[in-house]
Write a protein that binds this ligand. Sequence first.
Ligand code: ARG
Length: 292
Amino acid sequence: MSAQNTAPTAQASAITDRVQQHRTYLMCRPEHFTVSYTINPWMEPANPTDTAKAVAQWQTLYDTYVALGHDVHLIDPIAGLPDMVYTANGGFVIDGVAYGAKFRFAERGPEAPAFMDWFRANGFDVVDPVEVNEGEGDFLLVGDTILAGTGFRSTGDSHRELADVFGKEVVSLSLVDPRFYHLDTAISVLDPVEGPGGVQNANIAYLPGAFDEPSRRILEERYPDAILVADEDGAVFGLNSASDGRNVLISPRATGFEAQLRERGYNPVLVDLSELLLGGGGIKCCTLELRR
Ligand code: ARG
């Protein structure tokens, strides 16, 4: 756990106290992590990776969730599937229903059935996807609305399928910067799905430059109180973070975002996943929320 859990500043204490919500997550130990192909601009197979270091950093993330009181389930890693550590892409789960992933690139294709098997074996109702989608990498539940990314991985057709499966409002957003190819690299959901104030309480942080102009306008209109994150913090995957409504796990390099969170009364918890960034992933990518 980081040493940064200091007392709130006067400014922060002026804001209502943030309420922590219990979370249940699915993670995958990166025992087979390496970078052997390139499907995003972060991946460079010529650069060496250190699997032991990836496992150690991942373990810190796991231990941090557990120390905060969250439940973490594990799916077994499979040799030859080095990206399986990024469980956020394994599906999208609400109310015990798991909408499966259908990966854009062949290299990750075999992960999809492995996740589906896990969901089925653990009592979730599984929906086989028709359309290409990369799960919670591109779909984020904010209050009762699903924000859905497209442009690099999940298709617009998957957004329609998603709306049919869950019967919720789906808002499509277009990503334009190849470094931020999944929605969870450009938006962080800060507030709980349920809680005091309910849906109205839900807020996000985002990186404006990751979106096209119409999508930026949608975000401005829907989330006037959003935290707008600076490019420097976005570029170190600051937005690829996990919040329980009070504690927000972020990269230690996102120092500006850390200060913004503190001002709003959140408790930033710093977890360094530098090794996993070599595969183009961070905290949120390694975390799939399981909603029963
Ligand atoms: N190497 C993986 C890919 O390119 C990284 C996935 C990151 N996951 C995420 N939820 N953003 O597919």
